[in-house]
Ligand binder design. Structure first.
Ligand code: HEM
Length: 371
């Protein structure tokens, strides 16, 4: 006999009730779900982006675990294991392509999330730690992108990693130490692959999970901010309940993102190229992933010496200082002075323009992504 819809619903409710009696989740989360409201105003759209990044993180962990069933982390076997996965494993190509596209989309959405909360001034009191945990996540996620890129051990990823690890190597005093720690020796070898693998599948995802938990806890603790421009114009139009209204919109966005990712993976699957040959010469036009391009291009265009100091060093220290200033922005722009606030808004716009212009310039000079 076929079970009726009513029967399935009652059965499910009985199981949920049984579990709830033991865990007490409704007692703990019920008041939170009932209380949490999301303000509605002309910038509400931007509140969906953090959740989108969260969804992409969950997807990356899920597809990454599946890839681990076949991947072999050694200079002798990595390329061949990915090749096997792409050609012989059923749907292996799809999982790898979703993981590769998902990484790019996650980083893109994180850039947009970062700059949207920046321009909406959501870092101000009491959200200083929400912002700072966000900045930490930004660093960790870029680290995941950098370490993951080497894992297929193909020509492009091998030489891009060589160039990428050379960059901190130019710093005085600590440079050589940083380079050898990153590479596990003087050159990019199987030892580098082992290190990057450990970081990529264990250390960085673990850190990411911990910091995301803290970040999302803080978001729940303080609720969503109301941007100062909306507050000045008389406050939000109203609010919607987080559960279920806002969450349902979130889920619709996640579903659209999944469809978008699946289409990208199906029509433009990730390619593998040729196996890395550490003794071969670097192909022309070696370049990093798009999210590092603006920094790479800046370093390339700087003159050899600026005021007697090597241009590379000035560039790296400059990016470090901008990162530190951004990290500390909640303590500099506290919302007490309109002039300070306007300066930071202008700085945010200038940073966005700079990143876009130098990324485009990088590709115009060295060819399209992935070529
Ligand atoms: C793995 C990366 C990240 C995840 C999973 C994540 C997740 C979230 C979620 C779910 C929210 C609530 C919804 C929203 O306002 O969009 C949020 C809010 C927030 N995030 Fe993130 N985030 C990440 C990275 C970042 C970064 C890079 C920054 C900036 C440095 C940042 C700063 C903030 C701030 C300030 C809020 C509060 C917004 C408000 O109250 O209006 N987050 N994040």
């Amino acid at each position: 006999m076929k079970p009726s819809v009513q029967g399935v619903r009652e059965g499910t409710m009985r199981v949920v009730h049984w579990l709830d009696e033991r865990f007490g989740a409704s007692e703990l989360l019920g008041p939170l779900a009932k209380k949490k409201e999301v303000p509605v105003h002309k910038h509400t759209f931007w509140y969906y982006l953090g959740g989108m990044v969260l969804f992409l993180f969950i997807l990356q962990v899920s597809t990454g675990v599946l890839l681990l069933f076949y991947y072999r982390p050694s200079a002798e076997g990595a390329y061949e294991s990915v090749q096997f996965l792409m050609s012989d494993v059923r749907f292996g190509w799809l999982i790898r392509s979703i993981h590769a596209w998902g990484a790019n989309l996650m980083i893109f959405m994180m850039f947009v999330h970062l700059f949207s909360v920046f321009l909406l001034k959501a870092y101000r009191k009491p959200r200083e730690l929400t912002w700072m945990t966000g900045m930490a996540l930004f660093g960790v996620v870029l680290g995941l992108g950098f370490t993951g890129y080497l894992l297929p051990w193909n020509t492009l990823s091998y030489f891009a990693t060589r160039v990428g690890t050379e960059i901190p190597g130019v710093l005085p005093v600590v440079g050589h130490f940083l380079l050898t720690v990153m590479r596990g020796g003087d050159d990019v070898t199987g030892a580098t692959l082992t290190r990057f693998y450990a970081l990529h599948v264990s250390v960085l995802p673990g850190l990411c999970f911990l910091i995301i938990s803290l970040h999302v806890f803080l978001v729940q603790r303080h609720g969503m901010s109301v941007p100062p421009s909306v507050a000045r114009a008389g406050g939000p139009k109203g609010s919607v309940k987080f559960f279920p209204n806002f969450l349902l919109h979130d889920l619709m966005g996640w579903l659209a993102m999944l469809a978008c990712l699946a289409s990208l993976a199906a029509f433009l699957p990730a390619h593998l190229g040729t196996k890395a040959d550490p003794f071969g010469s670097a192909p022309a036009g070696i370049k990093p992933e798009w999210y590092f391009m603006f920094m790479f291009e800046t370093l390339k265009l700087l003159p050899s010496y600026i005021f007697g100091i090597a241009g590379d060093i000035v560039g790296i220290v400059g990016f470090g200082l901008v990162g530190a200033l951004l990290f500390l922005v909640p303590f500099i722009d506290r919302g007490e002075s309109r002039t300070v606030s306007r300066v930071w808004t202008a700085a945010g716009m200038a940073m966005i323009l700079y990143i876009v212009a130098f990324t485009v310039l990088g590709y115009l000079v060295s060819g399209a992504p992935g070529t």
